[in-house]
Ligand binder design. Sequence first.
Ligand SMILES: Cc1cc2nc3c(=O)[nH]c(=O)nc-3n(C[C@H](O)[C@H](O)[C@H](O)COP(=O)(O)OP(=O)(O)OC[C@H]3O[C@@H](n4cnc5c(N)ncnc54)[C@H](O)[C@@H]3O)c2cc1C
Length: 423
Amino acid sequence: MSRGMLRDLQAVTAGRVYDRSAFVVVEPAHRDDVSAVARFCSARGVALSTLGTGHAQRPHALFNGGVVLDMRALNAIVRVDEEAIVAGAGARWFEIADAALAIDRAPPVLPTCLELSIGGTHATGGIGVASFRHGQQIDHCLALDVVMANGEQTTCTPGDALFLACLGGLGQCAIITQVTHALRPVARDSREYRLSYSDHAAFAADCATLADEPDVEAIDAQAVPDGRFQILVRREGPALHASHAAFIERRSARAGMHRDRPTKVALLPDTPTTDAFLPLIGAWDEHFVPANAAPDVTRAMLSLVPSDWLARGHVLLWQLAARGSPPFMPRPPGDRLALISVRAPTDAVDLTAMAGISEVAREAGGTRYVSRYRAADRSTWSAHFGAGWPTVNALKRRFDPQGILNGGVIAYEEDQRSEGQHG
Ligand SMILES: Cc1cc2nc3c(=O)[nH]c(=O)nc-3n(C[C@H](O)[C@H](O)[C@H](O)COP(=O)(O)OP(=O)(O)OC[C@H]3O[C@@H](n4cnc5c(N)ncnc54)[C@H](O)[C@@H]3O)c2cc1C
């Protein structure tokens, strides 16, 4: 990899918040290459980090001084059929979506930016505007081919401790080389609505009722400037157009309709490329909260958000049908959650406001979305994982006893695992 390419990756990684460099970058073309690198690092105690496409707001993918595996060349679509797609960890979601749509199938949930890798979002959870119905992307993972820290290759499936440790696991226990991901049928006709509110209560009520409508496939809710709120909704299915009037009728009388237009596939985002997102790269803080607490939490967070963040920043509310409990991704109990995301513009990060926002979520029983969690000491990590903290430590010890994989992320109970080792 050239220095220029590495700089490009650093520009995207961590929303330009961090500046890290690697000792050496390896681009594996085959899972045997990943094994060889892991064996090399394990024999010498060298830190080994995994890079998907570098969209995480964290420095760990470019760990100082160690070896970085740039997974982007491991991107083959190995197989696709009506039930599932099998792809290399470096395949990006637009490649997955294209291959699936070609046979009228789709992944249940897509991220809004389709340039993320399938390995990267399985290591971070993967959430999108269809998560209110279909959960996170990791909920649709059928199998993972992985390389262990010692170079051993294995395949894990639901029920295996390693499988759960890899889902949302920030590459702490193994390197994902291939993912088998479920597909669902997709309708080719959908209709998009952009609803606008000046009243928070009406906005919150419509968010909740939309999630129960059978033909709604995408809900993207956000706070916008001037005390207003917006919901982008996409519906799909055979009764779509005939039920248009009834759909509008069911919305709050205080909802304004700004756009109603036909679209092709409900779950495909309008602006799927990283370039389209560059203005939105900044410091994000994201929290899972119980769905019934989301209206109060959103209101309290908005009272703390500096006024210009809504114009230049972002406050998003995505609902989530939660399933399972991956150990590296603690979430509040219950199956109806909301992910509330607050973005500070890069040049106006207000740490006091950010801390206040986290406190509001914590008081409501919320947890941080670990993919966006910035540096924290051991006691903060321990509080983050709560009762699951001993399990997380035990999994790390079991699957990566030397602590070489993706160091510098979680401050484990033993020092060598909190910092990784420099080669
Ligand atoms: C513009 C933008 C839009 C985003 N939109 C969404 C969204 O809609 N939904 C969403 O869920 N997230 C979103 N994210 C956030 C999040 O950063 C990504 O989900 C995540 O980083 C995956 O992307 P990646 O392929 O770039 O992985 P990276 O950022 O490169 O890696 C993320 C983490 O996973 C680990 N990892 C990567 N590949 C592997 C592997 N093969 N095996 C083991 N560990 C691995 C890395 O070490 C790192 O810890 C977005 C981020 C940006 C910048």
